[in-house]
Design a protein around this ligand. Structure first.
Ligand code: ZN
Length: 250
C-alpha cells in the first residue's frame, strides 16, 4: 500500500496518520484501486475491503473510524459517543480529543486537511474545495479548537494533502466574480481569457490569518489532475474513486 506521511506529523509518536494514494486496494477500474468512498458507484464490498486493508496497514479497528457525508459546507462536527462507522454525519470537518478514534476526510481534487494540537491533544480533519475555501471552513475548524477544546492557534500543526492545482483548476467567470466579491481575486490566475483558481493559496492564507504558524504548516504541491496515476481526480476522470486523509490519537 502506497501511503504518504507528513514530515510534521511524523514527529508525534502518539499519532497515527496517513494520506492515501490510489494504490494498494482491490477496486476495479475506474476506482482502481484504493477507493475509500461508497457514494461514487463502486462495489460496496470492495470499498469495505479497502477500508479493512487500510485499517490493518495503519493499526486501528476498522469500525472505529469516523468519516463524513461531505456536503461542501463549513460545518464542523465535534465527535460524540453515538458517532459510528455506519452513519456518517453531514459535515465537512470532524474534531475530537478521543483516543483510538480515527477521523477520515475523503477527496478527489478537493484538499484534505489534518490538524493537531499537541498541548491539549486534539485532532481534526477537514474537506475543502472551492466552496469550503470560499466559506472559510478553516476558520470554523480553528474556532472549534479554541472554543470547544481551549486550544491556541499557535499550537496547531496542519498538513494539507494533494489537491487540484492552479495549473488544472479552470473556473468560469461566475467563480472569478465570486472570488472578487469576497476579496480573493489574488487567488485567481488569468491566462488567455481563462481563469484558474488556486484553492491551496486560499487555505494557506486563511490558516495564517487564524494564527497558525508558518513553520507548523505543511502543504503538498502535488496536483491530483497532473498526477492522476497517484491520485483520484474528479476533474480529470469524472467517475472515479476517493483517496483520504486519516488522523488518530493512539
Ligand atoms: Zn495540474
Amino acid at each position: 500500500m502506497q501511503l504518504i506521511k507528513s514530515n510534521l506529523f511524523n514527529n508525534f509518536s502518539n499519532l497515527t496518520h496517513a494520506l492515501t494514494t490510489r494504490h494498494g486496494g482491490v477496486s476495479q477500474k475506474p476506482y482502481d484501486s484504493l477507493n475509500l468512498a461508497w457514494h461514487v458507484g463502486d462495489d460496496a464490498q470492495l470499498v469495505e475491503i479497502n477500508h479493512k486493508l487500510l485499517s490493518e496497514e495503519l493499526g486501528y479497528d476498522k469500525n472505529s473510524l469516523i468519516h463524513m457525508k461531505q456536503i461542501h459546507s463549513n460545518l464542523v462536527h465535534v465527535v460524540i459517543e453515538e458517532d459510528d462507522f455506519f452513519t456518517p454525519r453531514s459535515c465537512d470537518a470532524l474534531i475530537t480529543n478521543k483516543k483510538n478514534t480515527p477521523l477520515m476526510v475523503m477527496v478527489a481534487d478537493c484538499s484534505p486537511l489534518l490538524f493537531y494540537d499537541d498541548v491539549q491533544k486534539v485532532i481534526a480533519v477537514a474537506h475543502a474545495g472551492r466552496a469550503g475555501a470560499f466559506k472559510n471552513i478553516v476558520k470554523n475548524v480553528v474556532d472549534c479548537f479554541v472554543n470547544e477544546f481551549a486550544c491556541e492557534p499557535q499550537n496547531l500543526y496542519v498538513t494539507v494533502g494533494a489537491s487540484i492545482g492552479v495549473c488544472c483548476y479552470e473556473v468560469g467567470q461566475e467563480v472569478y466574480d465570486e472570488a472578487c466579491a469576497i476579496g480573493l481575486e489574488y487567488t485567481v490566475r488569468k491566462k488567455e481569457n481563462r481563469y484558474y483558481l488556486d484553492v491551496t493559496k486560499i487555505l494557506q492564507s486563511q490558516l495564517l490569518e487564524c494564527g497558525v504558524k508558518k513553520e507548523n504548516l505543511e502543504i503538498s504541491d502535488e496536483c491530483t489532475s497532473c498526477k492522476n496515476e497517484s491520485y483520484f481526480s474528479y476533474r480529470k476522470s469524472g467517475v472515479t474513486g476517493r483517496f483520504a486523509g486519516l488522523l488518530m490519537i493512539k
